[in-house]
Design a protein around this ligand. Structure first.
Ligand SMILES: [Zn+2]
Length: 257
């Protein structure tokens, strides 16, 4: 969003390297120093502990914290129950990205008023694409034979909420924790009871558990990408493309017409 809205008038540096798993991000001293000198820092509090620690220390000139204006949903814990923690995976609902884009646009205009017209036009173009994506999801998932879908970790709560689907997550919010045998058994029971066709895995996490569940139940596996980092293995080169691939995968798995 920063690159699309800022265009040639900004220099964007990612705190999370492409392809790095973002939940357990660690910052280098240089990155922490950069927070203090940047014209704008875009982040989401409650997602990456290293950022939550560094921001108050660095006190950046200007921030956009998406957790300060989005409606956060309750997280699903590793037992599949709604917990007291908030789910950080806001970006998997395109409508949230529209809202964040508006805030990024306004913050960039404040930082660089001379480029106001460019930022406004760039933001409008991106919002148009995100709105089209949201419409594609809404229409594409309106009529599905199956509403639940099985994911590797509980990243898709916002997507499920936005499009009236139901997430069954093998793991909780943290992608790297290994699920218990009891949780795997429960996922298998739910998958069978709901006539699920596909066990989804993701590009940055080992597919071994997903493959084992699928093999036990005689189901197929496929990628549902939580877009926590785009690599050469991703099904697309940016958010819009990978979300398009996610829609295709969900429509197939959930038998949507
Ligand atoms: Zn995640």
């Amino acid at each position: 969003m920063a690159q699309r809205v800022g265009g040639a008038d900004v220099r964007v540096e990612n705190l999370t390297a492409p392809g790095a798993e973002p939940h357990d991000l660690e910052l280098t001293p240089r990155q922490v120093a950069g927070l203090a000198t940047a014209d704008l820092v875009i982040f989401q509090s409650g997602f990456q502990p290293a950022i939550d620690t560094a921001i108050p220390q660095a006190s950046p000139k200007r921030t956009v914290d998406s957790a300060s204006f989005l409606t956060l949903l309750a997280a699903t814990d590793s037992d599949g129950r709604a917990g007291s923690a908030k789910d950080p995976h806001t970006w998997l609902a395109p409508s949230n990205l529209v809202t964040i884009t508006e805030h990024v646009r306004d913050a960039l205009i404040e930082a660089r008023p001379a480029a106001s017209q460019t930022f406004t036009a760039n933001a409008a173009a991106l919002i148009g694409e995100l709105t089209t994506l949201d419409t594609d999801f809404r229409r594409g998932l309106a009529t599905c034979a199956i509403r639940p879908f099985v994911t590797s970790h509980a990243a898709f709560g916002y997507l499920a909420h936005a499009y009236n689907l139901e997430q069954i997550a093998v793991r909780g919010l943290e992608p790297d924790t290994e699920p218990t045998a009891a949780r795997i058994a429960e996922v298998q029971r739910l998958a069978t009871a709901n006539h699920v066709t596909t066990i989804f895995f993701e590009t940055l996490v080992s597919p071994v558990v997903s493959e084992s569940i699928a093999a036990d139940l005689g189901l197929v596996t496929d990628v549902l990408d939580p877009i926590e980092g785009i690599t050469a293995d991703s099904r697309g080169t940016d958010y819009l493309e990978v979300m398009g691939s996610n829609l295709t995968a969900l429509r197939k798995a959930n038998q949507c017409s």
